[in-house]
Design a protein around this ligand. Structure first.
Ligand code: NAD
Length: 479
C-alpha cells in the first residue's frame, strides 16, 4: 500500500485505532514481545541502515552511526523492555475523608492511548524515531513513524524494513517531506511526538490542536555553557571540543554559546582550537568528521559565521582554510569556528547554530551571565563547568533549561532513567524511561464507591434546608 497520500495515511491510522480498540489490554509480555520485534529489526539490519545514513550525509562514519543511532535506539528499546513491568501496575491512591472510612478505594490505572504519530529529524534519523517508539510501545500503543526527507535513503529503507518485518497495524512508516508532515500532523492521532525545529513545532501544535491531540515537542535552541572561574580550563576545553564535534555539531543539545571569565577567554579559545585540531588533524576527507548533512544546511552554517565576520566579529578557525564556502563544494566538512563577542544583533546570536561553531562571550560577574541566559528563550540544555558548588546551585536556581550536565556536555540526554525534554521554546513533554511510559499512557483514576451512601443522613441531598449552607460555611477555614 502506498501509505503516503493523505487518504491512505488516514485509513492506516483508522485501522490502527480500530485494532487498538479491539485489543485495549496489552500485557507486559505482549509489550516486551513487540519491542523485541523492533530490536530484532534494528540488530538484523543495522549494517544496511548505517550504510544508508552514510550515503545520506555524504560520509557519516558507520562507527558513529552505530554508536549514535543503532546503539542509542537499542538502549532505549532494551531499557523499556527490561523495566516496564512495574510501571504497568495500577497505583492505590488516598480517598478523601470521610469516604476513606466508609470503604471507598481509588487507584490510577495506566492505559495505552492508542496510536502515536512520531515525526523524526535527520540529525539522528533512527534515534529520533525509535527512542520515542520504545516508550510508545512500552505504554502498549501502536505507532506510525514519519522520518525526515533530508535523509531519504534512510527513510525509504525504514519504510521497506517495517513493511517487510512488522505488522502495519502495530508500527508503520510513511515517507515524505513537509507536505506529508503537515498532513500527518493534522490526523487525529492519540498522541503526537515531534522532534525538530521550534518553527515547525509551532505548526505541529497548531495542527494537532484542531483534533485536540496531545503533543510532545522535542525542539532545539541555543544551549549555553557557563564556565566558572575556578574550572580546570584545560579539561573544560577538551570536553567542549569533544561535544562540539559530535555529529559535526548537528545535535539538539550541542553547546552554542560559552561564557568564559574575561581573563580566561583568550587561553580558552586557543585550547578549544588545539583540541579540535588534535582530534581532527585534517578537515576535508577526514572520515572522523561528520559532514553537514546537505548543501543547504552547510550553506546556512557558513553564512551564520560569514555574516558575523562581515559585521566585524573576531572569528577564529581550528584550521586555515582559504574560504569556508569552498568547503561546501568539497565534502561539507567544516573546521571549528569560534565567534568572539558577537553583538546580539548578529544572526548567529539568534538562530540555533547546529554546526561546528561556538560563540564565546566574556564575563566579569556570574549574575550578568544568568541575566543574559534568561534574556533568551529557554534552552534545551544548560552546561556548567567548575567545582564551585554554591555558584553551580546559584546558576541552577536562577535559570531554566530542558536538562543540565555539569562538567561535561550532552551526556544527561543519554540517561534512560530520567526524563528528556525541553521547556518553553525548546519543547514540551518528556520521553525516556518511566516518564516516557507516562507520557504515552492515559492515567485513568478509578474510584470505587462504598456500599453505604451516607449523603442522605448527613443532610447533603436536596431539598436542602437552611442548615445546609451553614454546615458548608462552617467548614471554610485555613487550617
Ligand atoms: P525540521 O523542523 O525542519 O523537520 C523535522 C521534521 O518535521 C521532518 O520530518 C520534516 O519533514 C517535518 N516537517 C517539516 N515541515 C513540516 C510541517 N509544516 N508540518 C509537519 N511536519 C513538517 O527540523 P530538522 O531540520 O529536521 O531538525 C533540526 C532541528 O531539530 C533542530 O532545531 C534540533 O535542535 C532539533 N532536534 C531536537 C531534538 C530533541 O530531542 N529535542 C533532537 C534532534 C533534533
Amino acid at each position: 500500500m502506498n501509505s503516503n497520500n493523505s487518504d491512505a495515511m488516514a485509513t492506516l491510522l483508522e485501522h490502527q485505532q480500530m485494532a487498538h480498540t479491539q485489543n485495549m489490554t496489552v500485557s507486559a509480555a505482549q509489550r516486551r514481545e513487540r519491542i523485541q520485534q523492533i530490536i530484532n529489526l534494528v540488530v538484523d539490519h543495522h549494517q544496511i541502515l548505517v550504510e544508508a545514513i552514510e550515503e545520506d550525509f555524504g560520509g557519516r562514519s558507520q562507527g558513529f552511526s552505530i554508536m549514535n543511532d543503532v546503539l542509542g535506539s537499542l538502549a532505549s528499546l532494551k531499557y523499556t523492555r527490561d523495566n516496564l513491568e512495574p510501571w504497568l501496575e495500577s497505583q492505590t491512591r488516598e480517598v478523601f475523608s470521610p469516604y476513606d472510612q466508609l470503604g471507598s478505594t481509588a487507584r490510577v490505572e495506566y492505559q495505552p492511548k492508542g496510536s502515536i504519530g512520531i515525526i523524526g529529524t535527520w540529525n539522528a534519523p533512527l534515534y529520533t524515531l525509535l527512542a520515542p517508539l520504545a516508550c510508545a510501545l512500552g505504554a502498549g500503543n501502536r505507532a506510525i513513524l514519519k522520518p525526515s526527507e533530508v535523509t531519504p535513503k534512510t527513510a525509504e529503507l525504514l519504510h521497506t524494513l517495517f513493511e517487510q518485518h512488522i505488522d502495519p497495524l502495530l508500527v508503520s512508516v510513511v515517507t515524505g517531506g513537509a507536505e506529508v508532515g503537515a498532513t500527518f500532523s493534522a490526523l487525529p492521532f492519540d498522541h503526537l511526538v515531534f522532534t525538530g525545529s521550534t518553527t515547525v513545532g509551532k505548526q505541529i501544535m497548531s495542527a494537532a490542536a484542531q483534533n485536540l491531540v496531545p503533543v510532545t515537542l522535542e525542539l532545539g535552541g541555543k544551549s549555553p555553557v557557563v564556565v566558572s572561574n575556578d574550572c580546570d580550563l584545560v579539561e573544560t576545553c577538551k570536553r567542549l571540543a569533544i561535544a562540539k564535534s559530535n555529529n559535526g555539531g548537528q545535535v539538539c543539545v550541542s553547546p552554542d554559546i560559552v561564557y568564559f571569565p574575561k581573563n580566561k577567554l583568550q587561553q580558552a579559545a586557543t585550547l578549544l582550537l588545539e583540541n579540535f585540531r588534535q582530534f581532527f588533524p585534517e578537515v576535508s576527507n577526514n572520515a572522523d568528521i561528520v559532514p553537514i548533512v546537505n548543501r543547504q544546511h552547510c550553506q546556512r552554517v557558513v553564512s551564520l559565521v560569514e555574516q558575523a565576520r562581515q559585521a566585524g566579529c573576531e572569528v577564529l578557525s581550528s584550521h586555515e582554510v582559504a574560504s569556508l564556502s569552498a568547503l561546501i563544494d568539497a565534502d561539507k566538512r567544516l573546521p571549528l569556528q569560534l565567534i568572539v563577542s558577537p553583538s546580539k544583533a548578529e544572526r548567529i546570536m539568534q538562530e540555533e547554530i547546529f554546526g561546528p561553531a561556538l560563540i564565546l562571550l566574556p564575563y566579569d560577574d556570574i549574575d550578568d551571565v544568568i541575566s543574559d541566559i534568561n534574556s533568551r528563550a529557554k534552552p534545551l540544555a544548560l552546561y556548567y563547568f567548575g567545582e564551585d558548588e554554591s555558584e553551580l546551585n546559584h546558576v541552577l536556581a536562577n535559570t531554566s533549561s530542558g536538562g543540565v550536565s555539569v562538567n561535561d556536555c550532552l551526556l544527561h540526554a543519554a540517561i534512560h532513567d530520567a526524563p528528556f525534554g525541553g521547556v518553553g521554546a525548546s519543547g514540551m513533554g518528556h520521553y525516556h524511561g518511566r516518564e516516557g511510559f507516562l507520557a504515552f499512557s492515559h492515567q485513568r483514576t478509578v474510584f470505587v464507591a462504598p456500599e453505604h451512601d451516607p449523603r442522605q443522613e448527613w443532610g447533603l441531598l436536596p431539598p436542602h434546608h437552611d442548615q445546609f449552607t451553614a454546615m458548608m460555611a462552617a467548614q471554610v477555614n485555613a487550617d
